[in-house]
Design a binder for this molecule. Structure first.
Ligand code: SF4
Ligand code: FES
Length: 228
């Protein structure tokens, strides 16, 4: 059934069941996303996609809220812009976004101040380098959950990683913090492919950054293959 509603003052007619984000994208309206990825189930964790819906006190995450008949939605109101800017400022205050180009772009667009919360506790974590495929640097992790979802029932059904800890201590990890080779991980690389911040990085890229030459990396890999 078709429904009709207003987005940024324009009437939109769509099939019932679509999210506000889907409708926006179909109509060329830009709504930023971080935790949302086409390959995973939307979970509304980051809130960067919030929009203003007339009659609702709280801003609504466009990635999960469905369009409804007669709804009136503002995707760029003052309140929306302020909320997105604050979310970005909180993120940059607590984690390393140096390898998150999409988020850096958003920061410029929204004029986010990277020093707005100078005393915020930062997420610190030593690099975990325990397998031949990828390294993990959770000081760059914004807990978007994409990696957990592709490892689980959104794609791979491997369930090698999950959330662990509580509150600020929450982080992504393996059961009992086991090294990756001791988990059910099959090194498919899907988690690395969906990570938006460089918290999960291909081992080869990491070694090149560390100053290793492609030849040295090749020798290292052939040694690994022989040992198998
Ligand atoms: S490691 Fe990457 S994909 Fe996984 S939760 Fe952190 S930022 Fe998201
Ligand atoms: S993209 Fe919608 S809440 Fe993260």
């Amino acid at each position: 059934m078709a429904i009709s509603f207003m987005m940024d003052g324009k009437e939109v007619v769509v099939e019932e069941g679509k999210t506000l984000l889907e409708v926006a994208r179909e109509n060329g309206v830009d709504i930023p996303t971080i935790c949302f990825h086409e390959a995973t189930t939307a979970n509304a964790l980051c809130r960067i996609c919030v929009v203003e819906v007339e009659g609702m006190r709280m801003l609504q995450p466009a990635c999960i809220v469905r369009a409804a008949n007669q709804m009136k939605v503002q995707t760029r109101s003052e309140k929306v812009i302020r909320a997105r800017k604050t979310i970005l400022e909180m993120l940059v205050s607590t984690m390393d976004l140096s390898e998150a180009p999409e988020i850096q772009k958003m920061m410029k667009e929204y004029g986010a101040d990277s020093n707005r919360f100078p005393n915020a506790e930062r997420r610190e974590s030593a690099i975990k380098d325990d397998n031949p495929m990828f390294v993990r640097d959770y000081s760059k992790c914004l807990l978007c959950w994409r990696c957990v979802q592709v490892c689980a029932d959104d794609a791979q059904y491997t369930f090698a990683i999950n959330f662990e800890g509580r509150g600020f201590e929450t982080q992504i990890g393996t059961f009992f913090d086991s090294p990756i080779p001791e988990t059910s991980c099959v090194l498919c690389g899907q988690c690395v492919a969906v990570c938006p911040t460089g918290a999960l990085k291909p081992k080869r890229e990491f070694l090149l950054e560390q100053g290793m030459s492609p030849q040295e990396i090749g020798i290292l890999n052939s040694g690994r293959k022989k040992r198998k």
